[in-house]
Write a protein of this length. Structure first.
Length: 142
């Protein structure tokens, strides 16, 4: 079991790892070793998450989830397959934990009276400045 949060754990059997050739520098090693690791997780079919959690993940991580409901995380940062597998798994846990985090609802507040007063004074000052500009350039002056 892969612990995501205190009360959410994903069975490791539901995670599918595939490897492929990594891009970027690496010399001769990069042409022979499949070091890029892609972790796939079928969000639509899992029983480890309830419908509310699935909906929250779907909403917050929409760019990483395919139409079929497959959540993908790829890692090619390291030169070894094992290190990339660990990095992909860590990123998967981090993304899920952030997506499942409940944000408290925002309580609307009103601005302080001093701020309202400053805003109105600034508004009057700018209006006065514009009025003074228009008096300087009337048709009678030309």
């Amino acid at each position: 079991m892969l612990a995501v949060t205190e009360n959410v754990a994903i069975p490791e059997q539901e995670l599918e790892y595939t490897t492929s050739r990594s891009s970027g520098p690496g010399g001769q090693h990069v042409n022979t070793a499949d070091t890029r690791v892609t972790l796939r997780f079928d969000l639509a079919a899992t029983d480890a998450l309830n419908e509310e959690q699935k909906a929250r993940i779907q909403e917050r991580l929409a760019g990483r989830i395919s139409r079929a409901g497959i959540f993908r995380v790829t890692s090619q940062r390291h030169r070894s397959q094992h290190a990339n597998k660990e990095a992909a798994t860590g990123r998967f846990v981090q993304l899920l934990a952030e997506a499942l985090e409940e944000t408290p609802p925002r309580r609307p507040t009103s601005p302080p009276r001093s701020q309202e007063r400053k805003r109105l004074e600034e508004k009057k000052r700018l209006a006065q400045k514009k009025r003074e500009r228009s008096r300087d350039y009337t048709a009678e002056d030309f």
